[in-house]
Design a protein around this ligand. Structure first.
Ligand code: LUZ
Ligand code: MOS
Length: 751
């Protein structure tokens, strides 16, 4: 089944925030943001801006009716700067004017006097100064100290991995509308309608029931709108409250890049110990997370880094420590993988380091240490591992030995072109690591013409979740997909939602939808049994829009049955609640069973490096991927292709650059290179893993949003391999992304 949005997307008919028809009297907002990364806000001169054409109101921290606080996990983030500025791009004032242009012009006329304070951009410097967002988090398995005593080989090093700009095609934005009795209706481009509702309630001082948040769809989120959509919605809400008029703010790309946080950069120290056969006996790692100026989601991201610090390997002795370090950068935030990819990059760096020193193929070490079913993760959960299975199947399909040999023979024949190869196994845990977030609700109405309306907490952001939800309802009722409509995500229809995140959206909301449909179906079966004078409800089933009795089609069609049920005063609506069974975690012991299941896979990645220019192409990414049993291969393959390319971009070309003043230098698309069609692997083979194992996913169709991004890590190590094929003397630092300039420097570096 195709993505249900395909047609309206292609025709340009899909409605995004900026396409919503405006109400008469709508005002437009623009932020005046801090030009300094750290300082004391001494004074603010609004006089010129107030006189500017079309300006209706300028709002500062003192004007907020409620609390000046939007921090989700830790209350450390003011909506508008009050006395202090903590990063360049921090909102200080909001101009509200009759047009977008008028608001922008006026914002530029605001002058702030800021007394500079010391600026920290490096997480290790922040750590030295004890600038921590939360106390450190630790995972431990076995005893590393004892294990290192018996290791034949021990290697220590450092790995750095940079951030990533989300670059959702639709920038952040919100549109707030006053409704009667002081309430608000807010359209928001958010992954978390409830997060927007909660943050808005805080700054406006309204109870949550006075605030309706509605989301039709996003033009991409990638985690950037899990928490950071709150700011714009809260600002518009306050402006609406203070002016009594609708207020819209759709950010300019430059504002969005400057003011919003990115994927957290990490710096890490690792120590890996192996026995003489290449078995990893011990692994110690310390992560320094660059959180930026406020907690945002960084504490949860830090946890997911720890959860993924051993990737798809079993290591009997692990000690992992993670520090969330406060710097003067925009608060960094969720980004596809949520800290997991950063942890996995460090693990792969440690393995590459060991392989280089031991003069073996990294694949040999990877292969020997894959998780086996029943192995214990450092956090106590036992693996239902597909890691070995995925590796064996990938080897059968793609012939790793031959890939390696062909690359070597190519390299013997070409001096200025070198091929590099890497294998990239992945293991990604599915569920929010915060157990309480693993719940969802769905509201299903069957109308008397037999058509069905579904609402859930799932936000459609291009990932195809609405298509999957629709499939769930259509399959549950055995009716054609055209009979089902999935409606916008709305806090009045579905309350207390978890954000659409953690790859878990289709599972959580799909299961709630299935439960609601099944409850309605049970009622309809009783009605059908009465109509058909059948003694046994068990004999009733549905197929192709007709009722079946003892597997024989009857004349009773779906719409007639629905009308009959309504006439008999049987409810055709249901609101269902789903909570993932069996998940729990205890941070006191740092053990538990946080994930409903894991997604596995293995990719073989090959690149060709042009050794004169330092540029490279990805020849192929070939993967055996664990879909469970895909319920929509079009959607799932699309997610995998997109994830791989986004991962390759992060690892090989996207360079987020802040200078020492905390100013974003890569602040436009002319200075920040994202993958284009030419960066896509020439060959992208995706083969589903064959498995008989049961899982907790919706229709056994495993989550697919985040896991494939991490195949992109293979591109980093493939480039590194090619560089070393050209220059045997060099041992490139583990410092992602491996962008062209870095490649060129390493190609010609001396020992
Ligand atoms: N968001 C969150 C996430 O709040 N908790 C998570 O565990 C998570 N994982 C991935 C992406 N977003
Ligand atoms: Mo995400 S990083 O699942 O919002």
């Amino acid at each position: 089944m195709k993505n249900i949005d395909a047609k309206s997307h292609v025709r340009g008919e899909s409605i995004y925030l900026d396409d919503i028809p405006l109400l008469q009297g709508t005002l437009f907002a623009c932020v005046f943001d801090s030009p300094v990364a750290h300082g004391l806000l001494k004074s603010l001169d609004l006089s010129d801006a107030k006189k500017s054409d079309g300006v209706v109101r300028i709002i500062t921290a003192q004007d907020l009716p409620g609390k000046n606080q939007i921090g989700g996990i830790v209350p450390d983030e003011p909506l508008l700067a009050d006395g202090h500025v903590h990063f360049q791009g921090m909102p200080i004032a909001l101009v509200v004017a009759e047009s977008e242009e008028a608001a922008r012009v006026a914002a530029q006329k605001i002058k702030a006097q800021i007394e500079p304070l010391e600026i920290i951009t490096d997480p290790r410097v922040a750590f030295e100064k004890n600038e921590l967002i939360i106390p450190p988090k630790r995972f431990q398995l076995g005893n590393t100290t004892a294990a290192f005593e018996v290791c034949a080989h021990i290697f220590q090093g450092r790995a750095d991995v940079n951030g990533q700009e989300h670059l959702y095609i639709e920038t952040q934005g919100a549109y707030a509308i006053p409704v009667e009795a002081g309430g608000l209706k807010i359209y928001s481009s958010t992954q978390g309608p409830t997060a927007v509702q909660r943050a808005t309630a805080g700054v406006t001082g309204l109870p949550m029931h006075q605030i309706e948040v509605d989301v039709t769809r996003l033009g991409g989120g990638f985690g950037g709108k899990e928490d950071q959509a709150n700011t714009w919605a809260a600002l518009c809400a306050v402006a609406t409250q203070l002016t009594g008029r609708p207020v819209k703010y759709s950010l300019h790309r430059l504002e969005d890049m400057r003011m919003t946080g990115k994927r957290n950069p990490y710096s890490a120290d690792y120590k890996i110990g192996l026995d003489k056969n290449g078995k990893i006996l011990a692994y110690e790692v310390v992560f320094y997370q660059n959180a930026g100026a406020a907690a945002d989601l960084s504490p949860a991201i830090l946890e997911r880094t720890l959860f993924h610090c051993t990737n798809a390997y079993f290591i009997p002795n692990v000690a992992a420590t993670a520090y969330s370090c406060r710097t003067n950068l925009p608060p960094n935030t969720a980004f596809r993988g949520f800290g997991g990819p950063q942890g996995m990059f460090v693990m792969e760096s440690a393995i590459a380091h060991a392989a280089e020193k031991l003069q073996v193929d990294a694949a040999e070490i990877q292969r020997k240490n894959l998780l086996q079913p029943g192995d214990e993760f450092p956090y106590g959960q036992r693996a239902e591992s597909e890691a070995e299975n995925a590796w064996v199947q990938a080897d059968l399909h793609f012939h790793f030995e031959k890939i390696r040999r062909d690359a070597q023979s190519f390299n013997r024949q070409h001096h200025y072109q070198k091929r590099g190869v890497a294998m990239m196994p992945i293991c990604f845990g599915i569920s929010f690591t915060n157990t309480s977030m693993n719940q969802a609700r769905a509201l299903v109405h069957v109308y008397t013409d037999g058509s069905v309306a579904v609402s859930t907490g799932a936000v459609e952001m291009g990932q195809g979740v609405n298509t999957k939800i629709l499939q769930v309802a259509a399959r549950a009722f055995s009716i054609p997909p055209e009979k089902v409509k999935v409606h916008s995500t709305n806090t009045l229809r579905i309350a207390n939602t978890s954000p659409s995140a953690a790859s878990a959206t289709a599972d959580l909301n799909g299961k709630a939808t299935l439960m609601a449909c099944e409850t309605i179906l049970d009622r309809l079966k009783k009605v059908a049994a009465e109509e058909l004078q059948s003694q046994n409800v068990e004999d009733i089933s549905f197929e192709n829009g007709f009722v079946q009795h003892k597997n024989q089609q009857t004349n009773l069609d779906w719409a007639t049955l629905v009308q009959t049920a309504h006439r008999k005063r049987v409810s055709l609506s249901e609101h269902a609640h789903y909570a993932t069974p069996g998940v729990h975690f205890d941070w006191d012991t740092a053990k538990g069973h946080p994930f409903a299941y894991h997604v596995y896979g293995v990719a073989a990645v090959q690149v060709t490096v042009d050794c004169l220019r330092g540029i490279y192409e990805v020849d192929f990414v070939k993967t055996v991927h664990d879909f469970g049993k895909s319920m929509n291969t079009a959607v799932d393959y699309g997610q995998i292709e997109g994830g791989i390319v986004q991962g390759i971009g992060w690892m090989t070309m996207e360079e987020v650059v802040y200078d020492a003043e905390g100013r974003l230098r890569s602040n436009a698309l002319s200075k920040y290179k994202i993958p284009d069609i030419y960066s896509v692997p020439k060959v992208l083979d995706i083969v589903p893993l064959e498995t008989a194992r049961e899982n907790l996913a919706i229709f056994s169709s495993k989550a697919v949003g985040e896991p494939p991004l991490m195949y992109g890590i293979g591109a980093y190590f493939a480039i590194r391999d090619a560089v070393r094929a050209f220059n045997r003397e060099v041992s490139p630092a583990f410092d992602a992304p491996f962008a062209t300039e870095k490649v060129l420097m390493n190609l010609y570096a001396k020992k």
